[in-house]
Every structure is written in structure tokens, then in C-alpha cells.
Design a protein around this ligand. Structure first.
Ligand SMILES: NC(=O)c1ccc[n+]([C@@H]2O[C@H](COP(=O)([O-])OP(=O)(O)OC[C@H]3O[C@@H](n4cnc5c(N)ncnc54)[C@H](O)[C@@H]3O)[C@@H](O)[C@H]2O)c1
Ligand SMILES: [Fe+2]
Length: 383
């Protein structure tokens, strides 16, 4: 049995951004607040969206104060801007940070974010959410999650529920052509981890499996191509579709231990989300694989690392080796090479392990980790 939840409308392809006025009209929406960040403003993308809407007689207001890994303070500021206007929907324009911010601004009302964090489930709808992703990474345009950081405790709070599922997603790969190689690598690995974790999760189901395997087939060969040539349009299109499918996969299955352990690294050491996933992925895959060998072997086959005749054990060996190799190729640093102080890393390990477990994600991992094992894994990935 599986219950599947998706946006009502997903438009996919180069140029679908131009269809924004049409999809808003079809949904009976006409007073959007655009939630975005400073880069979207300085790059001219916000102005392009405002002009599109203006051409259709829609005067949108914008909140441009989104910060990477959005914080409670930045959400408060966005909620204040929402309250100053008369809005019937919220548009998240940008990477996962603007989309996650748009979700929380649309849904929060008079609650505090700690009240909304997992295991709380928020299913009662807020304002309709329209997601326009620009990073081919988080898949947030199609997920029922948002992640907000409490800057005082450095906790990345995972908030879950149908309220956060966008009504409409416009998935236009042309918006990702401007991503530099580092951002391409980090967001691409994030989407790959979504697909693999959704597929090996204890909550896997046939629908999510099909999305996850398709995502792995799209992401694995195209990630090095887009990093080598940011203007490679077919690679960009494949990565954008793969990130969407991976988001659909984990939203209808789950993420697991990598994401559980990655969020505390991001929160305490301000490592980008994709990069902290990448730091963990090879070691956690190796540690988890014995508990779900056939599943990890299927991942290797979907990624073209093993053929159907190859035994599971050797397919998984190829997978772990390839994950180490892609980290080297994409210049993913270890926490040590990233410049994190050893003493601080060591001192925070018990808290990070507790926060990882608290998010609930490790409970979906095929191999269950106790706090002591998570601590040992944090120590192992240090260099
Ligand atoms: N809601 C979910 O289901 C979900 C899933 C995974 C991650 N997340 C969250 O998403 C956030 C990370 O999102 P992200 O990785 O997309 O990055 P991001 O939104 O934080 O953006 C990172 C940087 O890239 C810039 N940028 C975005 N698009 C660009 C483009 N096309 N060209 C050039 N620069 C561009 C941004 O302005 C920003 O400076 C984290 O907070 C993470 O926890 C959410
Ligand atoms: Fe992620």
C-alpha cells in the first residue's frame, strides 16, 4: 500500500516559465507574493517574472530576503511582507532556499516553526504555493517538506506535511544554465542522494521506485557533463527532470541516514546542503549496503555501473567505488579539507548525532543506526 501525493500541475521543459500567467489564471490566482533571494534579483530573473506577470495585468509584490538555508528570522521577515499585502498565493522562485521559504511563509500563520517541526505533520492547507526551481537539486518543487534553520540552536528543522506540497511547479531547465560548476555539482549530488535514499528506504514503494530509478539514470551520466560544460542543454534538461523525479521519489518514500546526518553538518558548519550530503554518501552507502544489498545493487545497475548479470555484492562494490570517484572528480572536500576545526567537529558529534536521530530520517535507513554508530560514522568521514 502506498499513498502518493503530487503537485496538481507540473509543467516541464525549456521556456515553461513563460506559462506562469496562464497557470495562475487556470488556478484562479491573481495576487502572488514572490519569495526569492538577492541573486535572483541581481541576475534579472525576478524582473523577468515581474514583467511576465505585469503583461498579464498582475501586479506582484516580492520578498527578496531569502538566505541560503533559510532561518526563522528570514521567515519572520517574509511573513511580515506577506501580511502587509493582500495575497492569494506565494511563488517560490530560486533554489531550495527560496522554495522552502515560500512554503513556510504560505503555511505558518500564527504558529512558531518549532511547533511545526517533525514529528508534527501539517496537512491543513495554507496559501497555494507555486514553485519555480532554478537549481536542479532539492526537488522541493514537488515535495511535502520544508527545512528551516533555528539560528540560535543551529538546528535544521525538518517540517513535513501536505500543506507544503506546491499546487503548481514550473520546471524550466533553462533557468539552471547560469549555475556555476560548484553549485551544479553540489545540487546534482543532492538530487542523486534523494533518488538512492528513496529507493533503499524502508518506506520504498513501487511508485517511488520508478521515479528514483529513472532519476538515477538521468542524473549519473549527465552530472559530469553539466559540470564540464555549463551550457550543455541536454545535460541540464536531464538533470532538471532527474531532480524533479528524485524529489517526487523521496517525498513519497523518504530520505534516510545521509540526509539525517547531513542537516546538522549544514547547520553547525554552514556547509551547503549538497556538499554535506556528498561528504557522507560513500561511507554511509558502504555502511548501510549489507542490510539491503539487492536494492543498492539495483542503484548501481540504474547508474550504469554494473550490468544485469553481475552479482549484487560486486555491483555494490562498484557503486561505493564510483561514489568515491565522483567526489574526487567533483572536488568534494572532506570536513577536514573544508577547513572545519577538528576540536569543534569532535565536540559537536554527540549533538549532531542526537539531531540526526531527532529528524526521524535515520529511522528509514535500511540499516538502523544507534547514536554511538552515528557518532562513529561522523568520526570516520572526518578525513
Ligand atoms: N524541501 C525539500 O524537500 C528539500 C530537499 C532538499 C534540500 N532542501 C533545502 O534546500 C536548501 C538548499 O537549496 P539549493 O541547494 O537549491 O540552494 P539554494 O537555494 O540555497 O541556493 C544556493 C545559491 O545558489 C544561487 N542560485 C540558485 N539558482 C541559481 C542559478 N540558476 N544560477 C546561479 N546561481 C543560482 C542562490 O542564489 C544561492 O546563492 C537547503 O536549505 C536544504 O536544506 C529542501
Ligand atoms: Fe537533499
Amino acid at each position: 500500500m502506498a499513498a502518493i501525493h503530487l503537485p496538481r500541475t507540473i509543467r516541464i521543459g525549456g521556456g515553461v516559465l513563460d506559462e506562469l500567467p496562464e497557470v495562475l489564471a487556470a488556478a484562479g490566482l491573481s495576487r502572488p507574493l514572490i519569495v526569492t533571494d538577492a541573486w535572483m534579483q541581481s541576475s534579472g530573473l525576478l524582473a523577468r517574472v515581474e514583467a511576465l506577470l505585469g503583461g498579464a495585468g498582475i501586479a506582484a509584490r516580492a520578498f527578496t530576503g531569502v538566505v541560503p538555508d533559510p532561518t526563522v528570522t528570514s521567515i519572520d521577515a517574509g511573513c511580515a511582507v506577506l501580511a502587509e499585502g493582500e495575497h492569494d498565493c506565494v511563488i517560490g522562485l530560486g533554489g531550495g532556499s527560496p522554495i522552502d521559504s515560500a512554503k513556510m511563509i504560505a503555511v505558518r500563520r500564527d504558529r512558531t516553526i518549532p511547533e511545526l517541526k517533525a514529528p508534527h505533520q501539517e496537512d491543513s492547507p495554507g496559501l497555494p504555493i507555486i514553485a519555480i526551481p532554478t537549481t536542479a537539486g532539492t526537488g522541493s518543487e514537488a515535495t511535502r517538506f520544508t527545512v528551516i534553520t533555528d539560528a540560535e540552536t543551529d538546528e535544521k528543522m525538518l517540517c513535513a506535511g501536505l500543506a507544503y506540497l506546491p499546487l503548481i511547479a514550473l520546471v524550466d531547465y533553462e533557468l539552471t544554465l547560469s549555475k556555476p560548476p560548484r553549485l551544479t555539482a553540489d545540487t546534482g549530488i543532492d538530487s542523486l542522494v534523494h533518488a538512492v535514499e528513496a529507493y533503499v528506504s524502508k518506506r520504498a514503494n513501487p511508485f517511488a521506485d520508478s521515479m528514483a530509478l529513472s532519476a538515477m539514470r538521468l542524473i549519473w551520466p549527465n552530472l559530469p557533463r553539466a559540470c564540464a560544460d555549463p551550457q550543455d542543454r541536454s545535460a541540464r534538461a536531464a538533470l532538471m527532470l532527474g531532480a524533479l523525479q528524485a524529489g517526487i521519489a523521496f517525498s513519497n518514500s523518504s530520505v534516510a541516514l545521509v540526509h539525517g546526518m547531513s542537516r546538522p553538518i549544514g547547520a553547525h558548519f554552514h556547509v551547503s546542503h549538497g556538499l554535506s550530503n556528498a561528504m557522507l554518501m560513500p561511507a554511509i552507502t558502504q555502511w548501510s549496503a549489507p542490510a539491503a544489498l539487492p536494492r543498492y545493487a539495483q542503484c548501481a545497475r540504474a547508474m550504469g555501473l554494473a550490468d544485469d548479470s553481475e552479482a549484487d555484492q560486486s555491483a555494490v562494490g562498484a557503486l561505493v567505488e564510483a561514489l568515491h570517484r565522483i567526489n574526487a572528480d567533483l572536488a568534494v572536500p572532506s570536513p577536514r579539507a573544508y577547513g572545519i576545526e577538528r576540536e569543534r567537529w569532535e565536540a559537536l558529534i554527540p549533538l549532531m548525532a542526537q539531531q540526526a536521530l531527532g529528524s526521524g530520517s535515520p529511522a528509514n535507513n535500511p540499516r538502523l543506526a544507534e547514536a554511538g554508530e552515528i557518532e562513529a560514522l561522523y568520526r570516520q568521514v572526518w578525513h
